[in-house]
Design a protein around this ligand. Structure first.
Ligand code: ZN
Length: 286
């Protein structure tokens, strides 16, 4: 299944994208795609509703904004330097264990929403990633059990401000957390549709130029390993999102760096999961 959320920011309703391309409103049956939905086995109930022909499901206005396909999660856990060539272009060595960091969930954003240049920013960068949405509570899971904890997958862009990230001390959080820095979507593809999350192409284009072009088989630590690893340090809750790292080709890794400017257009895609599209806009007031 492909889950969508639609409507104005903060007021999205749940819906479904059917294989024939129709978008139907599921809000007559389901409140939202949130922690409670996944924890209560909502995906199974949704599957039954779809199998029944989506009774009561109105067609979604084609002009409606698409929001992120799950409600803002309790946690947005990111993995740094998880592709060898990207680890090299970033510098700072090759990780021997997954490098984890958190991104503020207030950065949560829809698949076609603008990305806003934060005040004082000079080094805005893009990072296409495979996002994993957790479907059940995961604490100390082992690798063999890890994929059973996955509700589905989506395309994600880990927008990053490199000066905030690397030149202002402390951890990476400052460079990763501005409003609009975490677009995900355009839909959540449920796990049974993805036979192997390590066999997906992923790419990023800026103004139509291919900047990142790789595949998830190049991850240093697989989705399975990452979920097991993260669950040693924190409990992953239903609806939480794990961003699994980006391949090489980011703006910072180029010589000279080619950071994003207002007016640029960023498209990120993962095979089978659809594409995001962000217009880069200046923050109001600068
Ligand atoms: Zn990233």
């Amino acid at each position: 299944m492909k889950l969508i959320r639609f409507g104005d920011e903060g007021r999205e309703k749940p819906g479904i994208l059917l294989p024939d391309g129709r978008r139907l409103d599921a809000s007559s049956e389901f409140q939202d795609y949130d922690e409670g939905f996944f924890a209560a086995g909502g995906l199974d109930v949704l599957g039954e509703w779809v199998a029944d022909g989506c009774p009561g499901g109105d067609v979604v206005d084609p002009l409606a904004r698409l929001g992120p396909p799950v409600k803002r999660p309790s946690k947005l856990v990111c993995v740094g330097k998880n592709y060898l060539e990207h680890a090299k272009e970033i510098g700072e060595g090759i990780p021997t264990e997954p490098a984890l960091f958190m991104k503020a969930t207030s950065a949560w954003s829809g698949p076609f929403d603008d990305v806003i240049i934060p005040r004082g920013s000079t080094k805005l960068d893009y990072e296409v990633e495979l996002a994993v949405v957790i479907g059940r509570v995961a604490t100390y899971v082992d690798e063999h059990e890890a994929l059973a904890c996955v509700a589905g997958y989506a395309t994600f862009c880990d927008f990053s401000e490199r000066a905030f990230q690397k030149e202002m001390g402390g951890q990476w959080t400052k460079g990763k957390s501005a409003d609009s820095f975490a677009p995900m979507g355009p839909w959540l593809v449920t796990a049974e549709e993805i036979a192997d999350p390590q066999k997906l192409r992923l790419w990023c284009k800026v103004n139509g130029e291919l900047r990142q072009n790789s595949w998830t088989g190049d991850m240093l630590f697989s989705v399975r390993q990452l979920i097991a690893y993260i669950s040693r340090f924190m409990t992953l809750l239903p609806g939480d999102v794990v961003a699994t790292g980006t391949p090489c080709g980011v703006a910072m890794g180029r010589s000279p760096p080619r950071y994003l400017q207002a007016g640029d257009f960023v498209e990120c895609g993962v095979e089978g999961l659809g594409e995001l599209a962000q217009r880069v806009v200046a923050s109001k007031g600068i």
